[in-house]
Design a protein. Structure first.
Length: 82
């Protein structure tokens, strides 16, 4: 979070993190680390990216932010979803 705190969450079967224990989202800079290696090896047989870090700005307290990661063994992209 903006104060430097860290929290760990695990995606559900739909690939989403719905529960963020111990954190209240407020405006500021955030980073999400997606641990990708095991997923890519299990599903694609190889992994060029062991993890992907995405940094973004929240401009409103408590806002809804959808930050998807689209990944394949040799490429990835992200965007602000709705």
């Amino acid at each position: 979070g903006p104060d430097g705190s860290q929290v760990t969450a695990v995606t559900n079967s739909d690939g989403r993190c719905k529960d963020w224990p111990g954190i209240t989202f407020s405006a500021g800079s955030y980073a999400i680390r997606f641990e990708c290696r095991d997923y890519l090896i299990a599903n694609h047989g190889q992994s060029f990216y062991p993890f992907v870090d995405i940094h973004f700005e929240m401009t409103e307290d408590g806002g809804h932010y959808h930050v998807p990661l689209l990944i394949s063994p040799f490429g990835f992209s992200s965007y602000r979803g709705s």
